[in-house]
Design a protein around this ligand. Structure first.
Ligand SMILES: [Zn+2]
Length: 142
């Protein structure tokens, strides 16, 4: 991949990571704030369920953030944009849509083709949280 494109992706990744970090920070703040003023037991119960929802979201965000940071690390190492299955180049458009991905569209499609796909979440799904999140696969939200 050309330096210019890599630079664009890197900015894109850093921007996503920053936005995610902010949202994580905000949710931590809102949990702290919510815990300070609890007038009665009903509010406490409601607040606890809100907190556990927040924690689930935060867990997912933390995972996304981690995968973004890994992708940034791969840029630094120079291995970014190379499919870890076939060693081919991952299309720029795919990387822009899904910057933390580690497999090219051909390998991804092959993985998901009927007959080959099992019900268990496969490693590629786990390593591609944006796609997993968008398509509702993965079942990380519980
Ligand atoms: Zn591939």
């Amino acid at each position: 991949m050309g330096k210019r494109r890599l630079h664009i992706i890197k900015r894109h990744l850093a921007e996503r990571a920053r936005a995610l970090q902010e949202s994580i920070d905000r949710s931590i703040l809102s949990i702290k704030k919510g815990g300070d003023s609890l007038p009665d037991l009903y509010d406490l119960a409601a607040s606890e369920s809100a907190v556990s929802t927040e924690l689930a979201i935060r867990e997912r965000d933390r995972f996304l953030l981690l995968s973004l940071r890994e992708a940034l690390g791969r840029i630094e190492k120079g291995s970014y944009g190379t499919c870890e299955r076939c060693g081919g180049a991952i299309a720029f458009e795919r990387l822009m849509a899904s910057p933390a991905t580690t497999v090219c569209i051909e390998c991804k499609t092959e993985e998901e083709s009927p007959g080959k796909r099992s019900m268990a979440p496969n490693p590629a799904d786990r390593r591609d949280p944006f796609e997993t999140f968008r398509t509702g696969k993965g079942g990380r939200m519980r």
